[in-house]
Structure formats: structure tokens, C-alpha cells
Design a protein around this ligand. Sequence first.
Ligand SMILES: [Zn+2]
Length: 249
Amino acid sequence: MQTLITTIFFIFGSILGSFYNVVIYRLPRKESVVFGSSHCPNCNTPIKPYDLIPILSYFILKGKCRNCKAAFSFRYALIEFVTGGLFALTYHIFGYSWLTFIGILLASVLIIITAIDIDTMEIYDTFQVILLFIAIAYIPQSGLPIGDHLIGFFIISIPFYIIALLTNGMGGGDIKLIAMGGLLLGWKATLVAFFIASITGGIVAILLVLLKQQGRKSLIAFGPYLCLGIYIAFIYGNSIFDWYIRLFS
Ligand SMILES: [Zn+2]
């Protein structure tokens, strides 16, 4: 039964993921995300409903438009898969609970922020506001004192803000993102989110230097790593923090 529901969460996530692909593609182009059916960006042919099966359609069509054979980005299938995977993981961890609902909302917003940040180097305020509402919905259920959440809001965002003032090297979007993420997570899990973001971002930056790909600036945007850190910290943050502290006590 548990496996069946987890599978349903995966399928549900992958279907929503294909809608997130539409949002990710259209928002930066100022197109309506509600109106207008999906069409091939190359030949404009509307995509048939039977070619819109999440993940599978990409492989059935071998990543090409049925009409003009233009290549579709593999990222569409990847985002559907990741959304499905995170929905299934969230349900697997939290079961039938409010936290699952919060977790899949959070995963959804973070996936959209990540993809748009990679494409445009921008994080839209709309998504920061949505994160704020998710945090407010979550705080009464988090089991943490409200003070932990308020400290979480400031604990990384203030240092980021100071770095931004001193170096211009830190985007306003990243500062707001870790403020909203921190409010949601509480300060301990926020530190965990920050460390995960720094380590993964650092590893990718080193790989880019080694592979002589530094020109690919989009991969150096910090937002995606913060998103990864925030989600992992939402799932495991407080236990990672406690484990880390025990190492030194
Ligand atoms: Zn086409």
C-alpha cells in the first residue's frame, strides 16, 4: 500500500513537473502560463495530448518534435523526473501528514526558482512571497519555538547582505531566498542548508575550473545550491545539525 501511494505521488509530481516546465519557459518570456496550449518552440505546431505524457513522451519521441524533428531539451524530462522523485521522497519521509503537503509545495517552488535562476540569473519576488506563505503555514507545525524561525530569517541573510554591500558579489535574490528559507527552517536547519549549498556550489565551481568551463556563468549562480540546501534541510536538517553537534561533545 505504502509503495502504491509513493508511486502515485511520483506520477502526480511528474504531471505537475510538466506544468512547471511551462512556467519555467513562459514566465521569463512574459507569456501566459495558463492560456495557450503547449507548442513546439521551433515550428509552433501544437503538441498533441498523447505526446504530453510526463517523462515517457520525451523518450518515445527520442527528444524530438513529432512534426519538425527539432530537438527538445532533455531538461523537460529531467524536471518532470525530479519533481516526481521529490514528491515521492517527501511522502516517503512524512507519510500522510501536513508536512508532506508543505514539503511538496516547497519542492515545487524550489524547482521553479532553480530552473529560472539558471536561465536568467534572476529569482522573482513572486516566488519569495510564495515561500513566505509556505513558511507561515509550516511554522505552527514545525515543533520549533517561533524564535528559532525568526533567528533563521536573519542568521545567513544578514551576513549575505553585508557581503553584498562590501563586494557586489551577492545577488538580492539569494539574500531574500535564504531569508525566506531560514524563516521556514529555523536557524539550525538554515545553517545546514547554507553548508550544503556552499559545499555543493564549491564542488561544482572547482569542477568547472578543472574542466575549463568557467565561462558558463549560469552554473555559478548560488540560488540553485541554496534551493538544494533548503530542501535537504527541510527533510533532514535538524537531525544533521544534532549529529554534527554530537561529534564535538
Ligand atoms: Zn516542431
